[in-house]
Design a protein around this ligand. Structure first.
Ligand code: FES
Length: 145
């Protein structure tokens, strides 16, 4: 059912953890399955994502997609990171079963939420970036999970 890459990223997720004083942090959730994903970015003055960490409270596919998403955005500019769509994440993982596509969407939204936070903090506009609809930052900040 799952590709080897999905299993690999599920069993050995990359970049798990958090970043203290991140340049941007985004927390998103899926109301239906209840899964939550948080992504932290460390972005330098040139707008390059130097470090990424994530925490996912969710299913195996959510863990695997967030792990792969962090690998894909690391070293990219914020503009390039916008191109890391859920489709790109799924392709990098050699696909996901149809019922698990929404898990990869959560990863895309987590990237967007972290970028949005970065843009807000720095009073900049990232072209093509819209406020993520499933951003649950305010609620999640009061909770530990
Ligand atoms: Fe909802 Fe995977 S089941 S994120």
């Amino acid at each position: 059912m799952y590709s080897e890459k999905v299993m690999d990223h599920f069993n050995n997720p990359r970049n798990v953890g958090e970043i203290e004083n991140p340049s941007g942090v985004g927390t998103v959730g899926n109301a239906k399955c209840g899964d939550i994903m948080r992504m932290y970015f460390d972005i330098d003055d040139q707008g390059v994502i130097r470090d990424v960490k994530f925490k996912t409270f969710g299913c195996g596919a959510a863990v695997a997609t967030s792990s792969m998403a962090t690998e894909l955005v690391k070293g990219k500019t914020v503009q390039e990171a916008l191109e890391v769509t859920n489709k790109a994440v799924m392709e990098a993982l050699d696909g996901l079963p149809p019922v698990k596509v929404h898990c990869s969407l959560l990863a895309e939204e987590a990237i967007h939420a972290a970028l949005w936070d970065y843009a807000q903090k720095n009073h900049i506009v990232i072209e093509g970036l819209e406020e993520p609809v499933n951003d649950i930052a305010e609620k999640a900040e009061d909770e530990e999970y």
